[in-house]
Design a protein around this ligand. Structure first.
Ligand SMILES: *Cc1c(COP(=O)(O)O)cnc(C)c1O
Length: 424
């Protein structure tokens, strides 16, 4: 098997129009100096070579120009976030006026809920998944308490049936129908972090709106991974981070989408700061607030420029690659091949939890009593295969089209095959 897999992979890499992009990234190495097989771009994306250059430019501007860096140079800091707006809007399918890079994901979620969760009469509940990412769960519960509402009564959660890991979109729609009169806000992931399931944004949004419910998405695992058309789908709001598939470094600044129909409404209530105030009069230093009539009207503070510089470098690489469409085309081939190889060679030992509607991640669960998941994970770590572990029993592996190769997938499957045979 090994020889034929390797030659197949070589052929697939040779005909991959995006294969050269790997060279634009730093690939981490194992202790003995080999390149890691890095399948955790869903957790922390790799560093583009361009990042150091763009960050160094801002360090130099600060070193040589001091405070004047706010207004001078090729990329003055005052409008620096604006350099990111259009490339980021292309990633999520928003209008530039709907997208802003600011804060972090959870902070943006709170800002969005402050605006969009307005409990009224019977319509005073929020729907999330029972298995939502902990921060989302915590943020939503704390919003309810902030309004004096108890999560026991006002938080509705969608839970998969016993023995299943996902809710189908039909099940989500039934749940929404059932609670259509009590729901104020629905908050769902774009791509579920544990299973890798992609949600049907258009269908859920249409249904929510037909019942007067506001709907927002957490795109942490979707931005830079799957096709997004937030404007066209009419999504109310969305939030995401940039350190996963958007390769912008640990804890880097997040993104936020507010649909045009809301963004232009300066009457909408919000938690505000001076950076969201009308740019023409911001520095008159009056204690008034006239929101910018775009997503920028939700900004609080002047942003961390070094982090934005890393985002600028990363987004430039997405543009060089031709945007999301060619990346998604490769991702489908890469992860499709990965899934097919697992079924063919390892189907007796590993189950793929990820449904067909997916991005690049596969969530794998071992059924082989001689190879418990945790042991497999340790063996993969020791051999230079970076994956991640999610309690209670899942290994997540995400080949990323910008820097992973078909040969990475082949090496991974071969290694698991040797593990199963007791040879590694
Ligand atoms: C990664 C991730 C987060 C992380 O939130 P931060 O505010 O960036 O720390 C939140 N929600 C989901 C679904 C995630 O995948």
């Amino acid at each position: 098997m090994a020889a034929s897999l390797t030659s197949q992979a070589r052929e697939l890499d040779a005909t991959d129009p995006l294969s050269a992009f790997r060279e634009q990234f730093h690939i981490p190495r194992t202790e003995d100096g080999r390149e890691q097989i890095y399948f955790v771009g869903n957790s922390l994306g790799l560093q583009p070579r361009l990042t150091a250059e763009y960050v160094a430019l801002e360090l130099e501007a600060w070193r040589t120009r001091g405070v004047r860096g706010h207004f001078s140079g090729a990329h003055p800091w005052m409008p620096y976030h604006e350099f990111l707006t259009e490339p980021m809007a292309r990633i999520v399918g928003g209008l530039p006026s709907e997208v802003v890079v600011m804060n972090s994901l959870t902070a943006n979620l709170h800002l969005m809920l402050a605006t969009f969760f307005r409990p009224q009469g019977r319509r005073n509940k929020i729907l999330i998944e029972s298995g939502a990412f902990p921060s989302d769960h915590i943020a939503v519960e704390s919003q309810l308490r902030w309004h004096g509402l108890s999560p026991e009564e006002h938080l509705l959660t969608g839970a998969p049936r016993t023995g299943e890991v996902c809710l189908s979109m039909d099940q989500w729609c039934e749940l929404i129908e059932r609670h259509r009169e009590e729901l104020a806000v629905i908050m769902l992931p774009g791509v579920q972090y544990y299973t890798g399931q992609v949600f049907d944004f258009a269908r859920l949004t249409k249904l929510a709106h037909s019942h007067g419910i506001t709907i927002g998405f957490d795109l942490a695992h979707a931005a830079g991974n799957v096709e997004l058309r937030l404007h066209e789908w009419d999504v109310d709001f969305a939030v995401w981070c940039t350190y996963k598939y958007l390769n912008s470094g640990p804890g880097s600044v997040g993104g936020c989408f507010v649909h045009q129909r809301h963004a232009t409404n300066t009457e909408l209530g919000r938690l505000a700061g001076w950076w969201g105030h009308d740019k023409a009069t911001r520095f008159l230093m009056r204690p008034e607030f006239k929101p910018i009539p775009t997503a920028e009207g939700w900004q609080l503070s002047n942003p961390p420029i070094l982090s934005l510089a890393a985002i600028r470098a990363s987004l430039e690489i997405f543009d060089r690659a031709g945007g999301m469409a060619p990346l998604i085309a490769k991702s489908r081939r890469l992860t499709g091949w990965f899934a097919a190889l697992i079924r063919e060679h390892l189907g007796d030992s590993f189950e793929i939890l990820t449904p067909a509607e997916r991005g690049c991640q596969l969530s794998l669960r071992s059924h082989n009593p001689r190879l418990p998941g945790k042991v497999v994970k340790q063996q993969l770590d020791a051999a230079g295969f970076e994956t991640d572990w999610r309690e209670p029993d899942v290994i997540r592996a995400a080949p990323v089209p910008l820097y992973n190769r078909f040969s990475d997938v082949a090496a991974f499957v071969e290694h698991l095959t040797r593990l199963r045979a007791g040879e590694a």
